[in-house]
Design a protein around this ligand. Structure first.
Ligand code: FAD
Length: 397
């Protein structure tokens, strides 16, 4: 087959798509547009905050995709997409034409929904919800904090990237503090009343951290109303209660990466609607959206889900270009969360296309059992780095 597929965004979804396009059809021209020469995963980022993984081990380059797979990797930013003209407008490399386009820009932050702060404040108040630099800022602040200080975390309202992520973060920051600043605390002020793997996290918190961790749900006045960046304060409970943080980690509400919105691929909720059988955009033919930016039914916004969606899209594009029937296959997500280096809990699910959406298959997944032994938790924790090694190899080669 002839033709050129351009992929915008070289993260979990985009890099996998490029790689699998070349795997199925080495003769296809595949161009990956990604501004950064190194990609830092968010997964494993909380391990780094917990003090038991180096940041540099979460960094991945594009040399294997370029040298071994023959993917054209352009380090540039897509500024716009001319959908009718089938061209991506880049900052420095002009216009790049495509026959099929894959958009995988991940998330942007919806600062309009955060009162008192915006993107310029994220050095003082890091979100650490993009990989790399943001994580080292947050870690540096935690290391510099006095013993007896309070780390305040504001998790976002849904839908957001990595549903259990804020709660794994609370656990692993507490793990670090327990060893280095045992009088310090972690306080979460949440706009929600419940969260992913809640029972499992609460069991771990009680066993490992006692009153070092406090989680305040919306129904008990936890919903942040306003942030005061300079004073590092969070106002909750309709603005009546104030909480002073020594380290403040505000994880803002999210929407699809900016380029998707700019190209008109998003809906009123800020995410990209797709035909969930193929992940083709419902806004424009010849355009596919994978990863966090897409509306994907029951599938969570995770790296594992993005990686699976990418494989479906690569197979769909190649089949379509070859004039074959588009395959359609079930997908999987597994997600490991650590409450301590030797305490892991997981969730796994299988998804199939049913009634117009990707829906979980009943009985095909599950959560770690509650009340399991320490040995069981330790074994699950042992699997987590194995999952990391295999998924990053599958994404970056
Ligand atoms: P990304 O991986 O963010 O990639 C998007 C890429 O697009 C970026 O490289 C960006 O530079 C690029 N880009 C953006 N705009 C443009 C543009 N205009 N032009 C060109 N390129 C552009 N997932 C799991 O499966 N398991 C886990 O254990 C897990 N843990 C997590 C823990 C935390 C704390 C967090 C925050 C996330 C975690 N995730 C986990 C979720 C995972 O990181 C994301 O779901 C995943 O990275 C989504 O992939 P993506 O390709 O959609 O976006």
């Amino acid at each position: 087959i002839e033709g050129r597929v351009v992929v915008v965004g070289g993260g979990s979804g985009g890099a996998t798509t490029a790689r699998y396009l070349k795997h199925h059809a080495p003769e296809l021209e595949v161009t990956l547009i990604e501004p950064n020469e190194s990609y830092y995963t968010c997964y494993g980022g909380n391990w780094y905050l917990g003090g038991f993984r180096e940041l540099r081990t979460l960094r991945h380059g594009y040399h294997t995709l370029r040298d071994d797979y023959g993917i054209e990797v352009i380090h540039d930013r897509a500024r716009d997409i001319d959908l009718d003209g089938h061209r991506v407008v880049t900052a420095e490399n002009g216009r790049i034409s495509y026959d099929r386009l894959v958009v995988a820009p991940g998330i942007a932050f919806d600062w309009d929904r955060v009162e008192g702060m915006d993107g310029d404040d994220t050095i003082a108040v890091p979100h650490a919800w993009w990989g790399g630099a943001q994580y080292s800022i947050l870690r540096g602040q935690i290391e510099a904090m006095e013993d007896g200080g309070t780390v305040v975390i504001c998790p976002p309202d849904g839908p957001y990237r990595c549903p259990p992520g804020p709660y794994e973060r609370m656990s692993l920051i507490a793990h670090y503090l327990k060893q280095h600043k045992p009088r310090a605390k972690v306080l979460a002020l949440d706009p929600k009343d419940s969260f992913s793997k809640q029972g499992l996290f609460e069991e771990a918190w009680e066993a490992l951290y006692g009153d070092m961790i406090e989680w305040v749900p919306a129904k008990e006045g936890g919903k942040p109303e306003r942030i005061a960046v300079r004073e590092r304060k969070v106002f909750t409970d309709g603005g009546d209660a104030e909480h002073r943080a020594d380290v403040l980690n505000v994880i803002p509400p999210q929407k699809a990466g900016a380029i998707a919105e700019r190209a008109g691929l998003t809906d009123e909720g800020g995410w990209c609607p797709v035909d969930q059988r193929t992940f083709r955009s419902t806004r424009h033919d010849d355009v596919y959206v994978v990863g966090d930016a897409a509306v994907a039914g029951d599938m969570p916004k995770s790296g594992h889900a993005a990686n699976n969606q990418a494989k479906l899209v690569a197979a769909s594009i190649v089949s379509e270009l070859r004039g074959h029937e588009v395959p359609g296959f079930p997908m999987v997500n597994t997600c490991y969360s650590l409450a301590a280096p030797d305490w892991g809990v997981t969730v796994a699910a299988v998804y199939e296309y049913r009634d117009g959406e990707m829906r979980s298959v009943e009985g095909a997944g599950g959560l770690s059992p509650e009340g399991a032994s320490r040995e069981f938790r330790a074994r699950e924790a042992d699997y987590a780095p194995g999952w990391y090694a295999s998924i990053t190899r599958d994404i970056f080669g």
